[in-house]
Design a protein around this ligand. Structure first.
Ligand SMILES: C[C@@]1(CC(=O)O)c2cc3[nH]c(cc4nc(cc5[nH]c(cc(n2)[C@H]1CCC(=O)O)[C@@](C)(CC(=O)O)[C@@H]5CCC(=O)O)C(CC(=O)O)=C4CCC(=O)O)c(CCC(=O)O)c3CC(=O)O
Ligand SMILES: NC(=O)C1=CN([C@@H]2O[C@H](COP(=O)(O)OP(=O)(O)OC[C@H]3O[C@@H](n4cnc5c(N)ncnc54)[C@H](O)[C@@H]3O)[C@@H](O)[C@H]2O)C=CC1
Length: 198
């Protein structure tokens, strides 16, 4: 079997500055998935022409859109960049400019030019599951997202909240706490389905 060697992390995108280059179909797709998961994401967009729905979203969510062609000056202060223009050379320039500045970059339609991929995302309260197919089949990522949205119980967040409270009541050293938490949760996972109640 081929391996997926990507390392998933969960970014606090409300505390990081993200630039989206381009304002068309791909830009709105990436923007919507970002905002769906992280409504307070700090986003700036730059493009000469924006889809009207992007303009409306920028007003609703309060992010900045800049009507201009891409220039490396727009990278100042950015931690992460997503390039979505319909000009391959512009996207590759964005990639190279970011590499020079150690900024994480994703060229949405060009996997070799991605430091990271956007994943399929399932969110149930505090629980979040991210899915990647190593860039091989975004459609599979979407289908798996739908599958996990269905099988992960809605009340999984109650479990998290209860265990969080229980965790705060535990005394003793780290090892004792781990033991007690493992003991109380040992029956939660059966082979067939995820349980949310003790
Ligand atoms: C590499 C990656 C880079 C990145 O964008 O980060 C990438 C690249 C490309 N996407 C393409 C197409 C499509 N993308 C989707 C959907 C999603 N794409 C997403 C992620 C990623 N897409 C990253 C890899 C993720 C991984 O590792 O699996 C998801 C998961 C998350 C998100 O977009 O935020 C989101 C589903 C979210 C959800 O529903 O939950 C659909 C399906 C649909 O829309 O129904 C199609 C059409 C069908 C098809 O082609 O499969 C093409 C082909 C372009 C062409 O043909 O020219 C490329 C370029 C290429 O592969 O070369
Ligand atoms: N639409 C889709 O679902 C898919 C698109 N693609 C590819 O992704 C790329 C983008 O597609 P779309 O979003 O549909 O294109 P689009 O035409 O809707 O959007 C392109 C955007 O890039 C902007 N742009 C052009 N030059 C720029 C520059 N120098 N600086 C900043 N912004 C600039 C334009 O103003 C526009 O907002 C294309 O190469 C397309 O072939 C690939 C797969 C699916």
């Amino acid at each position: 079997m081929e391996r997926n060697e990507l390392y998933p992390i969960f970014l606090k995108v409300h505390a990081l500055d993200t630039l989206i280059v381009g304002g068309g179909n791909v830009a709105i797709e990436k923007l919507l998935f970002l905002l769906k998961s992280s409504p307070n994401a700090q986003v700036t967009m730059v493009a000469p022409i924006f889809r009207p729905d992007i303009v409306a979203l920028s007003e609703k969510h309060g992010f900045k859109i800049i009507e201009d062609v891409y220039d490396a000056g727009y990278l100042v202060g950015k931690h992460m960049v997503i390039a979505t223009t319909d000009d391959v050379d512009v996207n590759i320039k964005v990639y190279n400019d970011c590499k020079e500045r150690n900024i994480l970059v994703n060229v949405a339609d060009n996997p070799p030019y991605c430091d990271f991929y956007m994943g399929g995302i399932v969110t149930k309260g505090n629980v979040k599951v991210a899915i990647s197919t190593n860039g091989k089949s975004p459609t599979t990522a979407k289908r798996l997202r739908q599958f996990f949205e269905d099988v992960i119980p809605e009340d999984v967040d109650e479990l998290v909240q209860n265990l969080n409270k229980y965790r705060d009541t535990l005394k003793g050293n780290f090892e004792d706490k781990v033991k007690q938490l493992n003991e109380v949760t040992k029956n939660l996972v059966s082979r067939k389905k995820i349980k949310t109640q003790f």
